[in-house]
Design a protein around this ligand. Structure first.
Ligand SMILES: [Zn+2]
Length: 48
C-alpha cells in the first residue's frame, strides 16, 4: 500500500488522514499532475 504524505502548502504541517475533510485541494496551474493541499484553517493560525 502506498501511503501518500500530504502537507499543508501554507503551514507546511503534515495533514493527517482524519483531517482530510478539513483540507482544500487545488491543482497547480503549471503542473496539472501536481496537487497542493491546504488546511481550511491552519492549526497554527493563531500563532504569530
Ligand atoms: Zn495548514
Amino acid at each position: 500500500m502506498e501511503e501518500l504524505k500530504k502537507s499543508c502548502h501554507r503551514c507546511k504541517k503534515e495533514i493527517q488522514e482524519k483531517e482530510i475533510h478539513k483540507i482544500v485541494i487545488y491543482v497547480v496551474q503549471e503542473k496539472f499532475t501536481e496537487h497542493h493541499y491546504e488546511h481550511v484553517e491552519c492549526p497554527d493560525k493563531f500563532t504569530v
